[in-house]
Design a protein around this ligand. Structure first.
Ligand code: SAH
Ligand code: SF4
Ligand code: F3S
Length: 486
């Protein structure tokens, strides 16, 4: 405390092994999995910046390497071990050169496997669960003397209360669109899912803390904020008067922050899609017209076995109400194929609902049995069947994505420019519907919203032309005015 965070980044150099002042120590962080991990990675980097560590994108020059891991599917969890395998020779070389390297495993694999990670990969010096990241500096100070440090407790204190706020320098480096964790953990216990075990019980951050953080982001040039949580629409954070705020209430509060032009939130659960949140899509001009609402399966039988606690008709009814509030809204979703017991008929119900809803986008996964979850011990669907179903579902989802993107060609979308594109003179931005849009545009438009005529589409993005570069101005999306009056 008592010094500006920016000063500690440069002023944190410590005497090197040979007694001379060494260069600032370097930190390499690699994030896997969801946006909450990305957010946690930034917070860990901020915390270590205060200890004199500067971030690098080169693992070979790092003094501290953090792998912030994901446990959601077997393929995600196994990535950690292949990465650790690659790091083994780096660590050996660093030690031979007299620059000992610390390797930390953070995130959901750390939480799920704990000390087992060190047994499988002895090069790991530190294992730290997602709810302990505020203790990282202290743990790093203890690590590295031959005995691995493991901290996977669910502490009684809230990590957010102990994490220093992001520094302005760090915020600036992270650009125009930022993510803010507002809710963490999950109490829903879907039978396929590890999140309740790796992230712990559901907790919402208080409203004023979030308002302060978003205010700082706005001051640092951030224009778009996505509120994140495993069940973000279950948000019920405390207001200063002691009452609880819903997600809609929080969005309404954040919409009043000057400089923030766009708000989004993810991931939602159908059970928590309340009427006030649906109404916010009609009333809040800054709330962008997209909704990620995972469905997992279109079959009532499978939904019940997954413990999702809603049926397919409930989902269709939500979509109908959301579309009534905001007719142009882009709906996206997540699906699992090959959940234990999924029959061809169940799967057909999934294909049917995908067609019925007309998703703008969706992610689909083969069911992956996760240790300790109830569905893992049920009779499994053969992998060949999962592969075949996944291909059919993905073909349908891709067709929906192309249809949604094609419908924008010839029209005008408001694009928030985020960064230079691949080609010289090109910028990349996002449409209100989250589509990446590539446009030839001057670099000073980064951070502003401008209307763009959509000319064409590629596999992953749209191509457009600036309507006018003469008077770039921050304005609300044209489509919003239209929908708001409907
Ligand atoms: N909280 C969100 C989901 C978070 S996990 C929700 O309730 O919808 C992100 C996605 O990973 C899930 O929506 C699901 O589609 C997928 N997923 C989770 N566990 C999985 C598993 N065991 N196998 C395959 N996919 C899984
Ligand atoms: Fe996992 Fe279900 Fe919680 Fe989503 S709601 S994080 S799928 S347990
Ligand atoms: Fe993965 Fe943990 Fe996120 S399991 S999806 S990193 S909450």
């Amino acid at each position: 405390m008592g010094h500006s965070p920016d000063a500690t980044i440069t002023g944190g150099a410590k005497p090197g092994l040979n007694g001379a002042m060494s260069k600032p120590r370097k930190l390499y962080v690699k994030s896997y999995g969801c946006q909450m991990n990305v957010y946690d990675s930034h917070r860990m980097a901020d915390a270590m910046a205060r200890e004199g560590y500067r971030e690098t994108d080169r693992p070979d020059e790092a003094d501290l390497i953090i792998l912030n891991t994901c446990h959601i599917r077997a393929t995600a969890a196994e990535k950690v071990y292949s990465e650790l395998g690659r790091l083994r020779s780096l660590k050996k070389k660093a030690a031979a050169d007299g620059n000992p390297m610390l390797i930390a495993v953070a995130g959901c694999v750390a939480q799920a496997e704990g000390a087992e990670i060190v047994r499988r990969a002895p090069i790991v010096d530190l294992v730290i669960g997602p709810q302990s990241i505020h203790r990282l500096p202290e743990l790093v100070a203890r690590a590295g003397n031959g005995k691995a440090v493991v901290d996977t407790e669910f502490p009684v204190e809230d990590k957010f209360d102990h994490l220093a706020p992001p520094s302005n320098a760090a915020t600036r480096a992270r650009g125009i669109a930022a993510f803010v964790t507002v809710q963490e953990g999950c109490d829903k216990f879907c039978t396929f899912c590890v999140v309740p075990y790796t992230r712990g019980a559901e907790v919402s951050r208080p409203v004023d803390k979030i308002v302060a953080e978003v205010g700082r982001l706005a001051d640092a040039g951030v224009r778009e904020v996505t509120l994140i949580g495993q069940n973000v629409n279950a948000y019920h954070g405390q207001e200063s008067d002691g009452m609880n705020s819903s997600l809609a209430g929080l969005l309404e509060r954040l919409a009043r922050i000057e400089g923030i032009a766009r708000l989004r939130y993810t991931t939602s659960h159908p059970r928590d899609m309340s009427e006030d949140l649906i109404a916010a899509h009609r009333d809040l001009v800054k709330l962008m017209p997209n909704l990620h609402l995972p469905l997992q399966s279109g079959s009532d039988r499978v939904l019940a076995a997954m413990n999702r606690r809603h049926g397919r008709d409930d989902y269709l009814s939500i979509i109908e109400r959301v579309r009534r509030a905001r007719p142009d809204i882009a709906i996206s979703s997540d699906f699992i194929v090959g959940f234990p017991g999924e029959s061809e008929e169940d799967f057909a119900a999934t294909l049917d609902i995908v067609e019925r809803v007309g998703f703008a986008q969706a992610y689909s996964f083969k069911y992956s049995p996760r240790p300790g979850t109830p569905a893992a011990i049920l009779d499994q669907v053969p992998d060949a069947v999962k592969i075949e179903r996944l291909a059919r579902l993905q073909a349908l989802i891709d067709a929906g994505l192309r249809k949604f993107n094609a419908a924008t060609i010839g029209g005008t979308l408001d694009v928030l420019f985020e960064k230079p594109g691949k080609l010289d003179g090109q910028l990349v931005g996002r449409s209100p519907y989250l589509q990446p849009v590539q446009v030839m545009a001057p670099v000073h438009l980064i951070g502003t919203i401008a209307p763009v005529t959509i000319l064409d589409m590629g596999a992953n993005s749209l191509f457009g032309e600036l309507i006018s570069t003469l008077r770039p101005q921050v304005r609300e999306p044209a489509v919003l005015a239209a929908a708001g009056g409907a």
